[in-house]
Design a protein around this ligand. Structure first.
Ligand code: HEM
Ligand code: HEM
Length: 142
């Protein structure tokens, strides 16, 4: 079960990063060309992010690298601190940013403004997510 979840989390990470990059590129093209806001493309990023949140939360409470590992000692070890503290906090914040961007844009009638809002929030969310991926220990890269 844990292994399956870890696999799913690892695969969804790639799906989410790709979805965000694609949404950002298409929205940038629409923004630059004064074209209508494409909500469907932003929605793919939002759904990937919310799915990853649910799987991440399950991992956090089942893996021994998550909540179970939370202690004073964890803070002194950079790998433990990344998994137990920095990764979950940064990723939740990143997903909150993506959700705010999507929700705000949905309510904006002006295309230019809607494109701009998604761009700002999705780019910030992507940078934050990229900053706290455990690259050194990620099963796919090692
Ligand atoms: C811990 C679990 C989750 C939380 C806290 C959460 C929270 C939210 C929030 C706050 C919104 C924004 C509502 C708005 O202002 O438009 C939202 C929208 C949405 N969520 Fe989630 N979500 C979760 C899980 C999921 C899952 C598992 C899926 C599906 C795979 C999902 C799909 C969506 C979709 C499609 C929307 C946008 C609907 C729309 O307005 O077009 N969420 N969610
Ligand atoms: C933007 C969203 C996220 C991305 C891109 C992401 C990405 C990753 C990646 C690449 C790994 C390494 C997997 C491996 O070694 O195979 C990982 C592990 C982990 N993630 Fe996330 N994650 C996200 C959100 C979250 C959230 C919201 C939580 C918890 C609240 C979470 C909790 C964990 C935990 C506990 C592990 C370690 C599991 C273990 O090795 O036993 N993640 N994540």
């Amino acid at each position: 079960m844990l292994k399956g979840m870890l696999h799913l989390h690892s695969t969804l990470a790639i799906v989410l990063l790709l979805a965000l990059v694609i949404a950002i590129v298409i929205t940038l093209i629409n923004f630059a060309g004064n074209k209508p806001y494409n909500r469907k493309i932003a929605l793919i990023g939002l759904i990937s992010a919310h799915l990853q949140l649910v799987v991440g939360l399950i991992l956090y409470f089942t893996s021994n690298r998550g909540f179970a590992n939370l202690s004073g000692e964890t803070m002194g070890d950079s790998v433990s601190r990344l998994y137990t503290v920095e990764h979950p906090i940064a990723m939740i914040l990143s997903i909150v940013l993506i959700t705010i961007g999507y929700s705000k844009s949905k309510k904006i009638a002006d295309s230019k403004q809607a494109n701009k809002t998604v761009l700002i929030f999705y780019i910030l969310g992507l940078i934050l997510a990229l900053s706290r991926i455990p690259y050194a220990t990620w099963s796919i890269l090692n």
